[in-house]
Design a protein around this ligand. Structure first.
Ligand SMILES: Nc1ncnc2c1ncn2[C@@H]1O[C@H](COP(=O)(O)OP(=O)(O)O)[C@@H](O)[C@H]1O
Ligand SMILES: [Mg+2]
Length: 234
């Protein structure tokens, strides 16, 4: 579904990704793990067209993404929920969701999409009229995901969704992600919570210094010596 081939990207004189290749098949949950500064967010930014690759390329459902304008990529069904939860703080929760629907969707479709978000995250419905800026960190993360879902994605890329959240909120978030996966959504997940990520993902890649150091089934990586020592603290 998503194929990343020998991708190189960076900022100014700094090359961050030195030839990264990975793939995500339809229906899979794939995690990208790695230390701070490894280039995980840069990878997602390059896939979603916010950064122009210096080499290699990205294909989504066979279609090369290179050269597409940033706003064209979500319309293909590939949505990116960035690390900083960009919600519109002054707008209400419901208005934030309205903004997330594709411009093409009619109001009935948009209504139905909002109802799906309410059933996935019931606590957001209770806050429908509240300003997004007044929500807790976990609620803002759910809103950011809900907004991406309004565009009816086939693949979502989540950048550190559990960052800074209390364990009980992380659990709630992963319950919702589990429902989305069972509904057929494909997920590319960047996580600093390696336990949570390897419990949830089918496969994972370990990104270190802008290159893929390890890859494999999540169950195999949980047993891997390097992963255990460096990321699971065992
Ligand atoms: N906007 C930016 N401008 C310049 N350098 C950046 C920018 N964003 C990230 N970097 C650098 O790129 C490297 C990788 O960062 P990032 O992709 O955010 O890593 P990760 O998400 O794995 O923590 C780091 O050295 C970081 O300092
Ligand atoms: Mg990051």
């Amino acid at each position: 579904m998503l194929v990343v081939e020998d991708l190189r990207a960076g900022y100014g004189n700094l090359e961050v990704l030195h030839g990264v290749s990975l793939r995500v098949d339809a229906g899979e949950v794939v995690a990208v793990l790695g230390p701070n500064g490894a280039g995980k967010s840069t990878l997602l930014r390059t896939i979603s067209g916010l950064l122009v690759p210096r080499g290699g390329g990205v294909r989504f459902e066979q279609r090369p993404l290179t050269g597409l304008q940033t706003h064209a990529i979500p319309l293909l069904g590939l949505l990116h929920v960035p690390e900083a939860r960009h919600v519109f703080a002054q707008l209400s929760v419901e208005e934030n969701l309205m903004v997330g629907g594709t411009p093409l969707a009619g109001s009935a479709e948009r209504r139905a999409a909002i109802d799906e978000v309410w059933s996935l995250f019931p606590m957001l419905r209770d806050k429908a009229r509240a300003a997004a800026g007044s929500l807790s960190g976990g609620q803002q993360q759910m809103l950011a995901i809900g907004r991406a879902l309004m565009a009816k994605p086939r693949l979502v890329m989540l950048d550190e969704p559990s960052l800074g959240l209390a364990p009980v909120v992380v659990e709630e978030l992963y319950l919702a992600l589990g429902k989305l996966r069972r509904a057929g959504l494909t997920i590319l997940l960047v996580e600093q919570d390696v336990h949570a990520a390897l419990d949830f993902a089918d496969r994972a890649y370990v990104l270190e210094n802008g290159t893929i150091a390890l890859e494999g089934a999540a169950t195999a990586l949980r047993e891997d010596r390097h992963v255990r020592e460096v990321y699971l603290g065992q």
